[in-house]
Design a protein around this ligand. Structure first.
Ligand SMILES: Cc1ncc(COP(=O)(O)O)c(C=O)c1O
Length: 304
């Protein structure tokens, strides 16, 4: 049972009233795409700020275009619907927002051709995604799906089976999270987050061409490192052993925010303490997302 309101095909309704067919192609074949967005509650300002709302919907519409999922909304309309939904739920806490665009057709084939598409947004309070200050991770035996299998620049519902298998393997083997390599053995990303290494005063992160999702947090971390902390950032392929030899390693993502990695494949990373650079970047990022940094206020959408 959910006590929240959701946006469903153009209307705000009680989440519990939404019924999705067991025959829908989204359910049967994973034909959909989604976003993950956060809104941060700022107690001092008595305000809820949605962080980089436009960019998330630009990416969703790009996913929809690539996957032939046609939804009848512009970025502006999606932003407005989200703000209205948050108001309706009267959230006064940090919130996770999940828009999903999907094939609602009930025909048997997994074809994308027939044009019955649906769109919904649901949301819930979410402070920390995982209550951990430091992550012990492994390289997954599962390879990241490559761009010629499922488009890497989308967030496709079905593609997350790849993520789930890697996370499950990591958990069963006693680790907190997994790192994917690409088919040709380059470091790619986590199941739901991008990765950075810090070595000799420089941040390095895999390029978009290495099958990563181009993370909005990744983009923000690059901005903060370059513009605020004066740390050079290189976007280039990373080899597996560069991970073990890094001074610091961390994950970035909307849900995970900035998460220091202290161990990979039972090898201690750097000093074994949570990465100082990651913590500094996280601190800056949280302040920007909470509407405390004037320069980045245009990235924060006011709800109230
Ligand atoms: C596979 C994958 N990589 C990276 C990210 C991080 O992206 P963002 O920072 O936009 O949340 C996510 C989360 O959406 C993801 O699912």
């Amino acid at each position: 049972m959910s006590e929240y309101f959701a946006f469903y095909n153009g209307e705000i309704v009680k989440e519990d009233s939404i019924k999705i067919s067991i025959r829908s192609k989204a359910f049967n074949y994973g034909l959909g795409c989604f976003e993950g967005i956060r809104a941060y509650w700022n107690e001092e300002k008595n305000q809820l700020y949605v962080f980089r709302l436009r960019e998330h919907y630009e990416r969703l519409l790009q996913s929809c275009k690539t996957l032939y999922i046609n939804i009848p909304y512009s970025v502006e309309q999606l932003c407005d619907a989200t703000v209205e939904l948050l108001r309706k739920n009267n959230f006064k806490t940090t919130v996770y927002i999940r828009p999903v665009a999907y094939k609602s057709s009930e025909k048997l084939s997994p074809s994308l051709y027939d044009d019955e598409n649906s769109f919904l947004i649901y949301c819930q309070p979410l402070e920390r995604f995982i209550e951990k200050e430091a992550f012990r991770v492994c390289i997954s035996s599962w390879r990241r799906i490559s761009d010629n299998m499922i488009p890497a620049r989308t967030k496709p519902t079905g593609g997350y089976l790849n993520s789930a298998l890697a996370s499950m393997e990591a958990t069963l083997n006693g680790y907190d999270e997994a790192i994917f390599l690409t088919d040709d053995g380059k470091v790619c990303e986590g199941p739901g987050e991008n990765i950075f290494i810090y070595k000799n005063g420089k941040l390095i992160t895999p390029p978009a061409s290495d099958n990563i999702l181009e993370g909005i947090t990744r983009d923000m971390v690059i901005k903060i490192a370059k513009n605020e902390l004066n740390i050079p950032v290189e976007e280039r392929s990373i080899s597996r052993t560069e991970l073990y030899a890094a001074d610091e390693v961390f994950f970035t993502g909307t849900a995970m925010e900035v998460a220091p990695v202290v161990e990979i494949d039972r090898r201690i990373i750097g000093s074994g303490e949570p990465s100082k650079v990651a913590l500094e970047i996280r601190n800056y990022l949280m302040n920007a997302a909470m509407g405390n940094i004037e320069k980045y206020m245009d990235m924060c959408t006011r709800v109230y």
